[in-house]
Design a protein around this ligand. Structure first.
Ligand SMILES: [Zn+2]
Ligand SMILES: [Zn+2]
Ligand SMILES: [Zn+2]
Length: 388
C-alpha cells in the first residue's frame, strides 16, 4: 500500500491524509515481525515492501479466498524489504511458512509466495499436500516465465498478480479438468454460465435461445433503481441496478475508472475487503447527455471484523483479539481487543473478559477459527526460487 502521488486528487469523502499500513521501523525484518494477514484483516497479502497497489492486493485477496473456499488450499503472498537476519530468503520463507502454519493442519496444503525486494529474490514455498499438483519444477517454471521477466522491468504488481494467477490455475486444475470432461452427448446445454442462472440452449433449427434458470430463484438479484449519477451505500448483496430515468438495466463501469473517484479511506476499505465499490452507468441516458456519468455504489461487508473509523468515516478499522489469559473451566480469562484503522493512526485498545469454558471436553483448538488465522499446516521446504 503506497501513495500514488501521480494520481489526481480523489474526491468524494473528505481528503484525509493517511499513514502507511506497516511503518517500517528498520530495514531488517524477522519472521515474527511480519504481520499475519489472516489476523490483521482476514486477508492473504502482507505488503511490507510497499510494492503492490491496492487494486492488485484486493484482486489477489479475492482470488485466494475463492481458492480457499473451493479447495481448502491456503496461500499467503508476502513482500518484505529484506530477509537479512535469516541466513537466506529460502530459510526465511520456510520459517515464515511454519510460523504462520499456512495450509490446513494434517493436509499441509499451503503455499507461500515470498518476494524480498532487497535480496531481489522470489521464493515460493509449498506444503507436502500440494506438491503432487504443484511440483517444484512447475513452481520454477511459473517463477521463470510469469514473475521474473516482469520484476526485471520493475513491474512488481504485474509479476505478483501473474504469478499468483498461474499458481492458482494449477492448484485449481484438478477440479477444472474433471469438470470439463463432463460430456453432454445429445443435448447441447453449455455447462458454463450455470451459476449466473442462465443457460444457453441450441434448439433444433439452430436457433439460439436464452433460458433463465428458475432453480436459482432464491438468489435472484434485488432490483434497485439508481439515478444515472450519484453515490449509494448498501449492505453487500445480490442486486441488479436499473436506471431511474428509463428503467433499463445499467452497465458496470470499468474498475480502473472508479478508482479515480475514491478517497484514500475508501481505497483502504476496498483493499481490506470491507467495502466493494462499483460504478454503474445507464448507457442510453449517458449517451444522450454525451457525458461520462455513473453512479458509485458501495457495498458494505456484513462481517463484524470491520468497524467504522471515527476519523476516516469508512470501514477501515479491523478488530484483533489477543488472549492475555486463557479461560479455564473454573475461571474466566481476559483478552485484549485492538481496533486499528488501516488508513489513519486511529487505534483503540481495551480488555474484555472471556467467560469460563463449558465443562465439556472442548479442546483449545475450537478457538482457532479459520477466519482469523491460517490452518496450522507446515512445510518441509518444498518449492522453488528465482532471482531477478
Ligand atoms: Zn437510463
Ligand atoms: Zn482512520
Ligand atoms: Zn485516515
Amino acid at each position: 500500500m503506497k501513495f500514488n502521488l501521480l494520481q489526481p486528487k480523489r474526491i468524494f469523502l473528505a481528503s484525509i491524509f493517511c499513514v502507511n499500513l506497516f511503518p517500517l521501523a528498520g530495514w531488517a525484518v524477522t519472521v515474527q515481525e511480519v504481520p499475519n494477514p489472516r489476523k490483521e484483516y482476514g486477508g492473504w497479502v502482507t505488503d511490507m515492501a510497499g510494492i503492490l497497489n491496492d487494486e492488485t492486493e484486493a484482486q489477489i485477496n479475492q482470488m485466494i479466498s475463492e481458492l480457499e473456499v473451493e479447495k481448502g488450499t491456503e496461500m499467503a503472498v508476502v513482500t518484505v524489504p529484506e530477509t537479512s537476519p535469516a541466513t537466506s530468503p529460502k530459510t526465511f520463507a520456510t520459517e515464515l511458512f511454519n510460523y504462520w502454519g499456512i495450509g490446513k493442519q494434517g493436509q499441509d496444503n499451503g503455499v507461500l509466495f515470498l518476494i524480498s525486494v532487497g535480496d531481489r529474490r522470489v521464493e515460493i514455498e509449498t506444503g507436502y499436500g500440494v506438491e503432487a499438483i504443484l511440483p517444484d519444477a512447475k513452481v520454477g517454471n511459473i517463477i521463470d516465465t510469469q514473475i521474473i521477466p516482469r520484476f526485471k522491468q520493475g513491474d512488481f504488481a504485474g509479476g505478483t498478480l501473474a504469478g499468483t494467477q498461474a499458481l492458482i490455475a494449477v492448484l485449481n486444475s484438478e477440479q477444472s479438468i474433471s469438470e470439463n470432461q463432463v460430456v453432454y452427448p445429445n443435448t447441447q446445454i453449455s455447462p458454463h454460465n450455470t451459476d449466473s442462472g442462465i443457460l444457453i440452449v441450441l434448439a433444433g433449427g439452430g436457433v439460439l435461445a436464452v433460458v433463465v434458470g428458475s432453480a436459482i430463484y432464491a438468489s435472484r438479484p434485488r432490483k434497485i433503481s439508481l439515478a444515472p449519477e450519484g453515490y449509494t451505500r448498501k449492505s453487500q448483496g445480490n442486486y441488479t441496478f436499473l436506471c431511474a430515468n428509463c428503467q433499463q438495466p445499467m452497465a458496470k463501469v470499468d474498475k480502473q475508472r472508479i478508482q479515480f473517484y475514491l478517497s484514500q479511506p475508501a481505497v483502504t476499505a476496498q483493499k481490506l475487503g470491507s467495502v466493494k465499490f462499483e460504478g454503474w452507468q445507464c448507457l442510453s441516458c449517458t449517451q444522450k447527455q454525451t457525458g461520462d456519468k455513473f453512479h458509485l455504489v458501495a457495498q458494505e461487508s456484513r462481517s463484524s471484523r470491520f468497524q467504522q473509523c471515527p476519523h476516516c468515516q469508512e470501514l477501515t478499522v479491523t478488530r484483533q483479539q489477543r488472549t492475555i489469559q486463557s479461560p479455564t473451566e473454573y475461571s474466566s480469562g481476559r483478552q485484549l481487543i485492538t481496533d486499528q484503522c488501516h488508513c489513519c493512526s486511529y487505534r483503540y485498545q481495551y480488555e474484555e473478559i472471556i467467560p469460563p469454558l463449558p465443562p465439556s471436553s472442548s479442546s483449545s483448538d475450537s478457538y482457532s477459527s479459520s477466519d482469523n488465522n491460517f490452518g496450522g499446516g507446515s512445510s518441509g521446504g518444498g518449492g522453488a526460487g528465482g532471482s531477478w
